[in-house]
Ligand binder design. Structure first.
Ligand code: SF4
Length: 290
């Protein structure tokens, strides 16, 4: 099987078979995202996808499959159903399929369609929420406003599919960091996902946000300011049951918490690190990455 370009997957899909069913991202407009810049989005032909499944099948068993690239959920329902059916047929032992879906793609499908996908082992959808701040959502060109982002997340959960969301520390810059954190806590509470991860913004050359930073219109918060944002999000978000992590390579302080159970302890830990201003308690810059 031949992969094209950069292939990314969520950390929890590290042991999954990665099947590249689309190339690039259908949206490809987020101002902070360097991943698929300059690449044209394309959905692969069903016959090609089937050939690739056929090719890897003898190397199984594969319990988990992740459908890449950036927004494979945009695949029209009949084709996505055909891919899942073929995976089930050719990969005995398959338990779960995961996929990235942006809010626009999620909203193109009905709850009934998601239930049909769930019956075909689509078990988890990863949604980049990034922020709950209305103005920021527009500025970063995420493609949907607050209400639609919430509706997208709830639709996935309503179909009984596990929902994992990511938010991005630092997006509000130095000026609007706390506002971004409070609004992000609110959108997380409104969506109430099963899993949530806070990643830390890294401004990459070639992105519109990098140009903003170079022009002096955006200032990246310091590591301790970013941790303050993380503390605010965890302190203000209300989940019914969520596994919250900030252990991505971009983060300064790895956190794994079952919320709401661990809320107090985690908020206390973050507060302790922030007030110490002790950089040795943070992940060193050279170990950070996207
Ligand atoms: S939807 Fe995701 S992959 Fe696509 S441009 Fe935005 S952040 Fe990047």
């Amino acid at each position: 099987m031949k992969y094209e370009g950069i292939v990314i997957r969520p950390p929890s899909e590290a042991e999954s078979l990665i099947l590249q069913v689309t190339l690039g991202c259908s949206h490809n407009r987020c101002t902070f995202c360097p991943t698929y810049k300059g690449r044209r989005f394309r959905i692969k032909d069903l016959e090609v996808i089937k050939e690739e499944i056929e090719e890897v099948a003898p190397y199984g068993p594969f319990r988990k499959v992740f459908l890449a690239d950036g927004d494979a959920l945009i695949i029209p329902q009949p084709k996505l159903v055909a891919i899942l059916e073929y995976l089930i047929e050719r990969l005995p032992g398959l338990r779960r399929v995961g996929i990235y879906g942006n809010a626009k793609s999620i909203l193109r499908k009905t709850v009934e369609e998601f239930k049909a996908l769930k019956a075909l082992k689509l078990g988890i959808i990863y949604l980049g929420v990034e922020t709950g701040d209305e103005v920021l959502l527009e500025e970063i060109r995420k493609g949907v406003p607050y209400e639609q982002m919430v509706e997208a997340g709830r639709r996935v959960k309503g179909a009984g599919i596990t929902l994992s969301v990511t938010v991005l520390l630092g997006l509000g810059g130095v000026r609007d960091g706390q506002q971004h954190a409070l609004a992000t806590a609110k959108i997380l509470s409104d969506i109430d996902p099963d899993f949530a991860s806070a990643l830390t913004l890294m401004v990459v050359p070639g992105t519109p946000l990098y140009e903003e930073m170079e022009a002096g219109r955006f200032e990246l918060p310091s590591p301790f300011q970013l941790l303050e944002e993380l503390g605010t999000i965890i302190a203000h978000a209300n989940f019914s049951r969520c596994y919250f992590t900030s252990n991505h390579a971009s983060n300064y302080l790895p956190i794994k918490a079952r919320l709401p159970k661990d809320k107090e302890a985690v908020v206390h830990l973050i507060h302790d690190v922030v007030s110490s201003r002790d950089s040795s308690r943070l992940r060193p810059e050279f170990l950070r990455g996207l």
